[in-house]
Design a protein around this ligand. Structure first.
Ligand SMILES: O=C(O)c1ccccc1NCC(=O)[C@H](O)[C@H](O)COP(=O)(O)O
Length: 291
């Protein structure tokens, strides 16, 4: 596992331990079950693809470990670009996004659960809680804050169980068993699951889950470089009944065209939109020739 992922997961473990002392699992689960019903994330992607369009999962992230602060007052390069999740969600919806992806991790991405709530309230789009999920508590938390989809990063479950911190409740060294349990809870709460892989080994585990949404992340978490070849190389190993989402490093209409030539029709895009004056206008520009 890459050092950055390991570092993030150590932080996550501590955060979950702290969250549980504030709000016990039974309470957060009750909130998850009584909140507004989930919007259908997977169907929103399928509908775009069936209509012959690109399905864009448009990301709202203020910062990232690889690129620093992308916009807002703390950004060195773009302090003039406001970071207003509700406004960004509105322009994404207006310009044809299928869904939103919203970073809720504070420490590494300057995210917040409130950003997810503000963005979701401002539009009708289904929302992915983009965070580093390791256990059931975080899934209940995600639904309770309004999320319609969760991310399961296979690399987070195939580590050597060396958190260097308090262990998670119910941590299971068996990655597949652990992910299946989380997937079952997310489904029970009416949510979709995006399972994310970086290589063939992770893909073989992902394909044993029920979710049809398979994300291939083009970012190498050791070097932070993005290579679209990562998606192209794994494509052939993915059966037709899965929907492939290419993630990270999509910056130009040529990148989009390359993916569509290979029948990859779903995209998760963050940085390219976040650096633009109007993220929705940039979405329309990037995807106009492919829609
Ligand atoms: O973006 C990072 O630096 C990063 C570092 C460590 C773990 C995950 C990271 N990114 C999360 C993502 O997957 C991206 O935000 C998402 O795929 C969008 O990528 P991009 O369009 O390149 O911003």
């Amino acid at each position: 596992m890459s050092d950055i992922l390991k570092k993030i997961l150590v932080t996550k473990v501590a955060e979950v331990v702290a969250a549980k002392t504030k709000t016990p699992l039974t309470e957060i689960m009750a909130a998850a079950k009584s909140t507004t019903p989930a919007r259908n994330f997977f169907a929103a992607i399928q509908n775009k693809i069936t209509a012959g369009q690109s399905a864009v999962i448009a990301e709202i992230k203020q910062a990232s470990p690889s690129k620093g602060v992308l916009r807002g007052p703390e950004s060195a390069h773009a302090p003039h670009l406001s970071f207003n999740p509700a406004e960004i969600a509105t322009t994404y919806e207006k310009h044809g996004a299928a869904c939103l992806s919203i970073l809720t991790d504070r420490q590494y991405f300057m995210g917040d659960s409130e950003y997810l709530q503000q963005a979701r309230a401002a539009c009708q789009l289904p929302v992915l809680r983009k965070d580093f999920i390791l256990e059931e508590y975080q899934i209940a938390e995600a639904r309770a804050m309004g999320a319609d989809c969760i991310l399961l990063i296979v690399a987070a479950f195939t580590m050597d169980n060396d958190f260097g911190a308090e262990k998670l409740d119910n941590f299971d060294p068996n990655a597949l068993e652990q992910m299946s349990k989380l997937e079952a809870l997310a489904h029970e709460l009416g949510m979709s699951i995006l399972v994310e892989v970086h290589n063939a080994k992770e893909l073989s585990l992902a394909l044993q889950l029920k979710t049809p949404l398979v994300g291939i992340n083009n970012r190498n978490l050791r070097t932070f470089e993005t290579h679209l070849d990562t998606t192209l190389q794994l494509l052939e190993q993915i059966p037709n009944d899965r929907v492939i989402v290419t993630e990270s490093g999509i910056h130009t209409p040529r990148d989009v065209a390359l993916m569509r030539q290979h029948n990859v029709n779903a995209f998760l895009v963050g940085e390219a939109f976040m650096r633009a004056d109007d993220p929705g206008v940039e979405l329309a520009r990037l995807f106009s020739s492919s829609n």
